[in-house]
Each structure stands twice: as C-alpha cells, then as structure tokens.
Design a protein around this ligand. Structure first.
Ligand code: ZN
Length: 623
C-alpha cells in the first residue's frame, strides 16, 4: 500500500438452484456468486452468495474486517444491509449478527444462499472518521463506474475460504471490466453477464475489478503484459496520456529487478476522483499479486499526475517482490476477521518504498541530487513519528495505538532502515551485495506459495550475510535506538547541511503546512512550530493563523481540499487573497503566490571524497 498526499488531512439476478445440488456438499461445490450492476437500487448493489449444501447446522457468513496490505481495521461488513438467508424454497431463515462482519445461521442444513445489498465507501469517506482508504474502498455509480474491491462485495462462509468461486456479474452494456481475475471463456453477450472464476476466497479479493467505459492501453515488459485502465469522470485523462511515462518507468523497474518477479499480467486500475464530498478522498494505491488499484485527484495537471503515478505505481509493482513473493505465514494464511500481524513491515513496506526510489536513480530516471533530497525528506518526515519505537513491535501491533498512529513511518523510517542496511551490506561485501541481492536470494528460497517463519527471518538474513548485520537489526529494527544517519552517509562520502529548496503551496511532499483544529469546528490553520515557506512569509502569514477564506471561498475542511487540488496548477503569477484570523484580528493577506521555497536540510556530497567512499557510493547507486 502507498498513501499519497493529504494523509494527515484525511483525519480530517437470482440464480435458482436445482434440487440436485443438495447432493453435493458445501466444501466441494464452487460458491456461486451473483452481482447485479444493472439494477442499482438506492446506490446499492444486490449480491447473492450460494454455497453447496451444508452438513452442519451452525453456519457463519463473513465479510472481511481487514484485508492484506491496508494494516487497518475497516469492518467492510458495515456497508452490508438487508442480509437474508434463504432456504431452497425461498423462505427466510433466522439470522443473528455477532459483530459488524459476522452473520450466523442456525438452520444451516436448510440454507440455500444468502442475499444482501452493498453500499459503497466512496460516498461517505470524507465525513467518516477512520474511513476506508480509497484504493481498498468501493464505488457504485450507476451506469458510469464500479470500483469492485471484491472484499467489500463478496463474503465467505466460515471454513470454506479454500473453496472455488464463480462470480457472475450483470453489467450495463457501456461498461467493460479491467481485472486479472480469470474470465470464464464463454461470456454471455445476450444477457450482458460477465462470469469470473477464482480458485479460493483469497483470489477473489486479490483481483479487484474496475468497471468503466473503455479507456485502456496495454504495453509489454519483456514477457509481462501490462494493462492501464483509467476512469476519469470528467474525461480529463485518457489512458494514452499516461502510457508513455508508465511504460518507461516500468521498463526501468523490470531492468532493476531482473527475473525476480514471475507474473505474466499486471493491471493498473486508476480511479480519478473529483474530490467532491461524495467521492474518494484517500489518495495512493493498494498492491495485489497481479494488479494495483490507484486513486488520485482528477484535477492534477499532467506532469504532477505522471509523477504521482510513477511514485505510487512503482511502489506497488515492487510489492510483487515483498510481501507477495517473500512473506511470513501470517500473510500466507491471512485471517480476514482475526488477523495476526507479521513483525516485518520494515521489509514489506520499507524495502518496497526504498526500491521505489533507488531504482529511479539507478536507472537514470532521477539524478543523485533528487535521490538525496528524497532520502532527506524521509529523514525529516520520520521525526514527526516516534523515532524510538521498535519496528518489529510496531508491526506486530499495527492495528492498535500507539503503533497505529505511527504506521505512516513505514514509508519514511522503514525506507531509511533499508537505505542504511544497503550501505552496510555494500561496505561489508566490498560493494558486491546490497538489499536487492538479499531480496533476490529470499525470493528464490521462498516465493509466492512458501512462507517463512516470522520469528526466524532476521536470524536467516544474518546467516546469509555478516555477523555485523545482527547488531544493526538488534539495535535499530528489533531495538528502539534511533539511527545516526550522518554516520552511514559518511561511509559513501555524503553529509547533511542546510539549504533552500522548492516545495508546494500547502504541502511539502506529503507533509501539509496546514492542519485542522477539531476543538474549533475543524478550523483550518497554519501549523505552529514549523518553518514557513516563502509563499506564506511573502504574504505576511504567520504560524497559527486560522485561514478564514481564500479568493472569496469560505474555508472549511471540505472547501480546503479542492483548493489544495487547484494549487498544484498555480503559476508564480497567480494572485491570491487570503483572510486569516490572528488572535482577535482578521487580517487580509494579498499578493502573487510566487514559487514556494523552504529552508531545509539536504544531503550533499563531501568535497575531496576518498576513492574507497566513491567506489562504495557508485556500487550503492549505480549497480
Ligand atoms: Zn505498500
């Protein structure tokens, strides 16, 4: 998973059963699922899930509480309404609910199927606390778009997670699916039904479907076929607008990885949000074995959208290495309703995010200066979280506080742990081995279907590498000792110093300059205790100013979001009038927005670098 921009503001058709089926027991019969996207009722979709016959009376039907990759408790069962259990004559059986996601049927032997209506998550995200992260969420927009993250639509019967599924979807004529789910060969053009097959429940949720009017492009990376599908509600973007940059970026990824990943297909499902109050508001992406779902604002100018796609999709594609090919038993046998979390987020998210930056400098998509700036931003951003927190302890308890509120640090410090480990490994191996080598070795040994023991991975890495690596893990990954980055950077002839850099109007990368005050009607204010940019300083704004209006628009959390979206398109000559509340005074600030600059720390090469350090840096960034 990868969150992008605004994360801190986010707080801010019946199938009738023949009588013969009763002869086949539930654990051997494919689970027939139907979804009706043609007849959307009150913004809800009708679903029926029809298993084989049960031989026991106690039957539970579940919708996931959480899904892999999100590291959050989302209770998708909350979006299910009017669930009915029906017997073979269509009579309703008694159903009791034991929690948000579990329905119990005591007359299981007579159960034919369950039916229910599904609400989507996008409609309510912007006013729900702890909302589902949009790339894992669902959208129902009659005749226009369906974002089918199937864990939000299709449930499972307890004990039948390993039984195959057949999913039949009735679809409006104008919409086409993009998915890596296997489509049954015969599609029924007359009835407008698409039928998909999955070998087990995990495969159902690992293959989301985007239904939209056709807007797709395909390209090849050696033997991998990539499909890019775009839903752009106001027809702002075509898949062809983004194809060239995506192809160049993923070709570089493939060159970086070599033969480590083995998928034949990879689909990119891009949903562009209008940022209205009833549309998706969580930007970023979620990984799957053969696809990724991406949600970004439609208002972004093309160059910004391309850069966001490069950062987000490269991260998700690297997930094909870990956790998808290197993971523990906790991930392999994921319990959707009572998950046990692995201790290795430093690798699942950290290595992935590190590679998503490293490959760009190694393959020449960005220069070294840009790479250093990104690592410096991660060092700065990581200080907003608890720097003295064991990463393994945090990972195992990530669904609970105080660990949950430190989750986003997996993209900051998690990546830095890998940078430091990479430098350390390069030094110990005279430049030969790094984290990429390590991940290749681990994926050779394990792979998609062979999990490792969660408590033995670090011992194994030490055994594969050097004894010094144990000290590193003991202190900075298992232990809670903050990392002295300067000491590691010195090994490759780099140092940290202060300089001016260009930044955004309201965001520095992913970190906002503004925040909301829940004790003051969610007022939007300029954060206290942070260095301000030239944009704020030239206008005369101060830390703590409450923003009352911008260019005549009264500012609330809801109205601020689209303005942030627009600000990506501002030029230095754009005029702004901003009124702020400062203590008892209302102050009118006026002027050109300019190019926002910020005094910030930066990583720079040292003068007169020693040959040994120069060689190590070249091995680290260029091999
Ligand atoms: Zn991720």
């Amino acid at each position: 998973m990868k969150k992008w921009v605004l994360p801190s503001l986010a707080g801010l058709v019946f199938y009738s059963c023949g009588s013969t089926k009763a002869l086949v027991t539930a654990d051997r019969t494919p689970i027939r699922t139907t979804m009706d996207l043609k007849n959307v009722v009150d913004d809800k979709v009708m679903v029926s899930v029809d298993p084989g016959a049960f031989t026991t009376n106690d039957v539970s039907f579940l919708i996931p509480k959480t899904v892999p990759g999100t590291y959050s408790t989302d209770n998708y069962g909350k979006y299910i309404v009017d669930l009915k259990a029906l017997d073979y004559d269509g009579n309703e059986l008694a159903v009791t609910k034991s929690d948000d996601n579990t329905w119990n049927i005591t007359d299981g032997k007579n159960l034919d199927k369950v039916t229910y209506y599904v609400n989507d998550t996008y409609d309510t995200e912007s006013n729900t606390e702890d909302a589902v992260f949009s790339p894992a969420g669902t959208n129902i927009l009659k005749d226009k778009n369906f974002m089918l993250n199937l864990h939000g639509f299709v449930g499972y019967f307890k004990g039948l997670q390993e039984v195959p599924y057949e999913i039949e979807i009735s679809v409006p004529e104008n919409l086409e699916p993009t998915t890596t789910l296997i489509m049954k060969e015969v599609t029924d053009e007359e009835t407008g039904k698409d039928t998909f097959l999955a070998s087990r429940y995990f495969e159902v949720i690992d293959n989301p479907i985007l239904y939209a009017e056709p807007n797709t492009e395909t390209f090849k990376l050696n033997d991998i076929e990539v499909k890019l599908s775009v839903y752009s509600p106001n027809d702002v973007y075509k898949a062809s607008d983004l194809k060239e940059k995506m192809e160049k970026m993923m070709t570089a990824q493939k060159a970086f990885l070599g033969d480590v990943n083995s998928t034949k297909n990879y689909d990119i499902l891009l949903y562009l949000s209008t940022m209205d109050s009833t549309d998706a508001s969580g930007f970023g992406a979620l990984e799957h074995h053969t696809s990724t779902t991406v949600v970004l604002p439609e208002a972004m100018p093309k160059d910004r959208l391309e850069q966001a796609m490069i950062d987000v999709v490269s991260h998700e594609f690297f997930h094909t290495v870990t956790p998808l090919n290197v993971h523990s038993k906790e991930v392999q046998y994921f319990d959707f309703n009572d998950p046990k979390m692995s201790r290795h987020l430093w690798m699942y998210e950290g290595t992935t995010e590190y590679f998503a930056n490293l490959f760009q400098v190694q393959q020449g998509l960005i220069d070294e200066t840009e790479f250093y700036q990104r690592m410096m931003d991660k060092i700065t951003n990581s200080k907003a979280y608890d720097d003295a927190l064991s990463f393994t302890t945090m990972s195992q308890n990530i669904l609970e506080n105080p660990y949950k509120e430190n989750y986003a640090n997996v993209y900051e410090k998690g990546a830095l742990i890998n940078m430091v480990l990479d430098i350390e490994l390069r030094q110990l191996s005279n430049g030969e081995k790094g984290v990429l080598w390590l991940m290749k070795e681990l994926s050779k040994k394990y792979g998609q279907d062979t999990p490792f023991e969660d408590d033995q991975l670090i011992d194994e890495i030490v055994a594969m590498t050097y004894p010094e690596i144990r000290t590193f893990f003991d202190e900075h990954v298992i232990g809670d000792k903050p990392i002295a980055y300067s000491a590691y950077l010195a090994k490759v002839g780099l140092k940290i110093e202060s300089a001016e850099k260009q930044t955004g109007y309201f965001l520095d990368g992913e970190v906002p300059f503004i925040d909301i005050d829940p004790t003051n009607n969610n007022a939007v204010f300029i954060r206290k205790g942070i260095p301000l940019t030239s944009f704020f300083l030239d206008l005369g704004a101060e830390n703590g100013d409450v923003i009352k209006s911008i260019n005549g628009t009264l500012i609330t959390l809801e109205t601020m979001r689209p303005i942030i979206g627009q600000s990506f398109g501002w030029s230095p000559d754009t005029e702004i009038i901003m009124t702020v509340q400062r203590g008892d005074d209302e102050v009118k600030l006026e002027g050109k927005v300019g190019t926002p600059m910020l005094q910030a720390k930066t990583i720079v090469p040292v003068m007169n670098i020693a040959p040994k350090e120069a060689q190590l840096r070249a091995a680290w960034l260029k091999s």
